[in-house]
Design a protein. Structure first.
Length: 300
């Protein structure tokens, strides 16, 4: 085993320890699942942590209704493979019930609307912990998170009121109505994730690999063409060889020009790029503090 794989095994052990701490400290945890590589990694780590028992957490997917079709197909296959319980919170249902309002215009997205639906699902399920696949290297607001991140009775996050986590001691005590967001892979990097998935031969959505797709360019970002995007008069759709580095709502998830057809190609690409994986997310570009503002309101 080389040095990099020793490092990956240490990260795996840390994450499994945290997953088991969640099972020990909380009565009703749930695992948030988006269909992206980080949430896929979380499912496989949970499987390892509790094998030969079933994964003890249901999977919660907040469905914008504007997902890549490949994401939903992969999600359903994964749920069947692990015989997991899947809970789907629908943004479209929330719009129909007038709980949230659909954005209008060329930059309209349902991404921010997920917060209301997520908080509603957590309240309905009485979940006291929600496990997520966020990593500190992704974005500056996520770098502020602890492994156990406290949320108040309104589901809101105060980055200045975080509990210390000295010597890997995690304090999950909370009042009625409060909950925790748990981030077991906080210390992983994008490269770590890919190296682990490669070493474990984890099947992945086809979106992560190079393929031809109709795209349009908007403000320096390539977006996959779809019926959910209102195009400006000067925007032209053309074919490009691309792949996804992150997977989310089609209206705000940028795709990247890439010839990486295998996971080894992806590892080589990630090892040399200077662009962050969220550099193509248009929702992160709405303001300097867009992610932190959303997280304070209850976002992932």
């Amino acid at each position: 085993m080389n040095y990099s794989l020793n490092h990956i095994k240490e990260l795996e052990s840390e994450s499994i320890f945290i997953l088991r701490e969640v099972a020990a400290q909380f009565e009703n945890p749930v695992l948030m699942f988006s269909g992206g590589k980080d949430s896929i990694l979380m499912v496989y780590l949970a499987y390892k942590a509790f094998y030969p028992a079933k994964i003890p957490f249901p999977l919660l997917h907040i469905d914008t209704g504007h997902n890549f079709p490949e994401t939903i197909e992969y999600r359903d296959q994964l749920v069947e493979k692990f015989n997991a319980k899947l809970i789907v919170g629908s943004v479209q249902d929330a719009i129909d019930k007038k709980l949230v309002s659909e954005e209008k215009g060329f930059n309209a997205s349902r991404n921010a609307l997920q917060t209301v639906v997520l908080l509603d699902e957590l309240e309905k399920g009485k979940y006291d912990a929600a496990l997520g696949g966020a990593r500190r290297d992704e974005e500056k607001a996520r770098a502020k998170e602890r492994f156990f991140s406290h949320r108040d009775e309104f589901g809101q996050w105060d980055p200045k009121n975080q509990r210390p986590e000295l010597w890997n001691l995690f304090n999950g005590n909370h009042q009625l109505g409060e909950h925790f967001r748990i981030f077991p892979i906080s210390n992983w990097t994008e490269l770590d994730v890919w190296q682990y998935l490669a070493s474990e031969n984890v099947p992945l959505p086809s979106l992560y690999f190079s393929h031809q797709r109709d795209v349009l360019e908007r403000d320096g970002t390539l977006l996959a063409d779809c019926d959910y995007i209102e195009k400006r008069p000067n925007e032209k759709v053309y074919k490009e060889t691309v792949r996804c580095r992150t997977i989310g709502d089609m209206t705000c998830t940028g795709v990247w020009k890439s010839d990486a057809k295998t996971i080894e190609d992806i590892i080589a690409e990630v090892s040399t790029t200077r662009l962050t994986e969220r550099g193509g997310r248009t929702d992160d570009k709405r303001s300097e503090t867009s992610m932190e503002d959303r997280k304070k309101q209850g976002y992932f």
